[in-house]
Design a protein around this ligand. Structure first.
Ligand code: CA
Length: 280
């Protein structure tokens, strides 16, 4: 099936089609665990122990197509409740079964690009600094979600994945918890945006993902939960917040940040958590 359609062709020409000036584009994303589909209705496979999903959402921005010289062309997003100001919310949970979020879901980036030959894809995980430190109550969708807000750093959760492992999460100190929380966001932030102060963060925790070979027609981008948690026992917490909430000293963030391409910096791009697979 051909998903790229040609815009503006023939509108002005009586003698034949002019060269198309723009083309529609749709980039498909999927949440998997290894090769297994992930849903709110059955345990997540491939994590080393049984666990159920309770939340799985992330923001991305600056989605671009790459030509064979590596030059980036931004996708002009079609405004919708899922995407605005170059920001897209991907939402893989539907509030059914064990999930606790919203019923609607979104697995696509939709927009237009100038007509051309594109061979690759790029995007940045997170919300741009200029739009990150705002109140969800004052913003339009997709930045209006209190559940994706992050009051302790006056920003957003860039990635939110929450899992309930069977038997709970044993803590290094204190009572066991029910949920292993992965919240990725900027930390070390100073400045109070609600007093009109500029905010700067010592650790932005935004990751740029690049796929030099990607076809919007044939391929999809997979966010792989098993890869994110490779090297992590979700039945245990080593200290700090329950799971990894991006705390600089949280031992549970080390392996996960490596898999996401965050500090300690990984030389691989795309990072292990993201890969391209054929649609279907
Ligand atoms: Ca922790």
């Amino acid at each position: 099936m051909k998903s790229v359609t040609v815009g503006l062709c023939c509108l002005l020409s009586l003698g034949g089609c002019a060269a198309p000036s723009s083309q529609d584009i749709s980039i498909t994303f999927a949440l998997k665990s290894g090769d297994h589909p992930v849903s709110c209705s059955q345990p997540v496979a491939g994590l080393g122990k049984s666990a159920t999903l309770t939340d799985a959402r992330l923001y991305i921005h600056d989605v671009v197509l790459l030509d064979d010289a590596g030059h980036a062309t931004p996708i002009a997003l079609t405004p919708s409740p899922w995407q605005r100001n170059a920001i897209v919310l991907l939402d893989f949970e539907d509030a059914s079964g064990t999930c606790r979020g919203t019923t609607a879901t979104n697995n696509a980036v939709v927009g237009t690009v100038p007509a051309g030959r594109y061979v690759g894809l790029g995007f940045v995980v997170g919300v741009p600094s200029s739009l990150n430190h705002t109140s969800p109550n004052a913003e339009a969708a997709p930045l209006d979600l209190v559940a994706m807000g992050w009051s302790w750093q006056a920003g957003r959760k860039f990635i939110k994945i929450e899992l309930d492992p069977e038997g709970g999460v044993v803590r290094a100190a204190g009572k066991p918890g029910a949920t292993w929380n992965l919240h990725v966001g900027s930390t070390g932030c100073v400045g109070d945006p609600f007093k009109g102060e500029a905010v700067s963060c010592a650790t932005p925790n935004r990751v740029s993902v690049r796929f030099p070979a990607f076809s919007a027609d044939a391929d999809q981008v997979v966010l792989d939960i098993a890869a994110i948690f490779d090297g992590t026992d979700i039945g245990r917490d080593g200290g700090g917040a329950l799971g990894c909430m991006s705390g600089p000293d949280d031992p549970d963030c080390l392996a996960i940040f490596r898999q996401l391409g965050l500090k300690p910096a990984s030389n691989s791009n795309p990072p292990p958590a993201f890969r391209v697979v054929p649609k279907g």
